[in-house]
Design a protein around this ligand. Structure first.
Ligand SMILES: *Cc1c(COP(=O)(O)O)cnc(C)c1O
Length: 423
């Protein structure tokens, strides 16, 4: 089935007499007839629900919808996008390991990789995605376990050359992990370009209504862990916490996502609540319609800003003069996302005056939902950083992140126009 149909139909397949709409299984636990049945579940010999921290039917239906949209073999929901990014890497890296990440990624992920995971003994080297193949190749070490990047970076709007980084990762015997939050599988399916694992903050477009924080990890099933067994003992060697079972041997293409669920979710928690999964599913049912409108509106706003004399610069891959236009045409032929990064002529104060003059468009920390919203990272999310530190983190001090919603384009443009006139 096509993505639009999957948005509406995939995941929950009711049998005779069951609810047409995905029910919220608001239950921590599940009943069995005897002790032996339960024991087999704990040994991973049978599959079935026993405790919602590991699996829940509502969550599984939504995870399988996202897996279908991405073209993966399996998926797991997490309580947030942060948990998804952490588990995705931690599932294959342990203390003493190293991995590579693009430096143009979401600030929360940058901190997770550069500061918090470092305290766990896992080292991340951030690379400039515009570096040459030779420069990237030189960063690989014998203990490098994966490469990470964002399809469209938050907040800069850079497009990641997935096919190129998949080739570099595979040449070094490691998988490519891609955070596909901003593009969503409606506009890009990273597995088709060689990515092995996809992560999402479902908090953004997938929910789309700013009502539930959540995340997801999707496994393509394509990475051959066994042919690099020495690099990935967590997947290929016996797990003592499951009587010596080896995931890659027992679960084949499902090894990575089974380990993430059976081991990481079991031990660390961070499950998405079934109620949030239900809300996420409602969002997914209209994702294809909303993404189309977000992109149409953002394209018009980007063209308007580009042509306005008060605007100093703009990043939007849909503009032919954008640095990432060619990559955008390759990976995002139907449009990228609704998020635009731009700077105004003048000082930080001018940027603040512009934002304070907006009437319909609200200043919020959130991004990528139905309502148009705006944020000035230098004054808000990245407030503690000096201009120098901001530039190092890839955020221009004057960068305004405008998340274009699905309202009528005339109303969005009118609000931006009057705020610019007010500066
Ligand atoms: C928001 C975001 C995250 C983190 O997700 P949360 O759901 O807020 O934890 C990760 N990656 C990207 C690209 C994001 O925009």
């Amino acid at each position: 089935m096509k993505p639009s149909t999957l948005c509406v139909q995939a995941g929950w397949q009711p049998k005779k007499g069951e609810p047409r709409v995905l029910p919220i299984y608001q239950s921590t636990t599940f009943k069995y007839d005897n002790s032996e049945q339960m024991a087999r579940l704990f040994d991973l010999k049978d599959s079935g629900y026993f405790y919602t921290r590991l699996q829940n039917p509502t969550n599984d239906a939504v995870a399988s919808k996202i897996a279908a949209l991405e073209g993966g073999v399996g998926a797991m929901l997490t309580s947030s996008g942060q948990a998804a990014s952490f588990y995705a890497v931690f599932n294959i890296c342990e203390a003493g390991d190293h991995f590579l990440s693009s430096k143009t990624i979401y600030g929360g992920t940058f901190n997770l990789f550069g500061v918090t995971m470092k305290k766990m003994g896992i080292e991340c080297t951030f690379f400039d995605p515009d570096s040459s193949d030779e420069e990237i190749q030189a960063l690989f070490r014998p203990n490098t376990k994966c490469v990470f990047g964002e399809t469209i970076s938050n907040p800069g709007g850079h497009v990641f050359d997935i096919e190129r980084f998949a080739r570099l990762a595979h040449a070094n015997g490691v998988p490519l992990l891609v955070d596909n939050t901003f593009a969503t599988p409606i506009n890009c399916r990273p597995f088709e370009w060689g990515a092995d694992i996809v992560t999402h903050s479902t908090t953004k477009y997938m929910d789309g209504h700013a009502c539930a924080v959540g995340g997801c990890i999707v496994d393509s099933g394509n990475f051959d862990w066994m042919s690099h067994a020495d690099k990935f003992p967590g997947l290929c060697a016996p797990d003592e916490s499951y009587h010596g079972l080896a995931y890659a041997e027992s679960f084949g293409k499902m090894a990575y996502i089974t380990k993430a669920t059976a081991q990481l979710m079991r031990d660390l928690g961070s499950i998405q609540s079934p109620e949030n999964a239900f809300l996420l599913n409602l969002g997914l049912e209209s994702l294809h319609l909303r993404m189309q409108r977000h992109c149409e509106n953002a394209q018009k706003v980007a063209e308007f800003l580009r042509d306005n004399e008060r605007v100093a610069w703009i990043n939007y891959a849909g503009l032919p003069e954008d640095k990432y236009y060619a990559l955008g045409q390759k990976y995002l032929p139907n449009g990228g996302c609704g998020v635009i990064a731009f700077g105004l002529k003048g000082s930080r104060e001018d940027a603040i005056r512009f934002m304070d003059s907006l009437k319909m468009i609200a200043i919020v920390t959130h991004v990528a939902d139905a309502r148009t919203c705006v944020l000035h990272p230098a004054s808000h999310t990245h407030r503690q950083l000096s201009d120098e530190q901001l530039r190092e983190a890839g955020v221009a001090p004057d960068l305004i992140r405008l998340s274009v919603g699905i309202e009528d384009i005339e109303d969005i443009l009118a609000d931006i126009r009057q705020a610019l006139d007010n500066m």
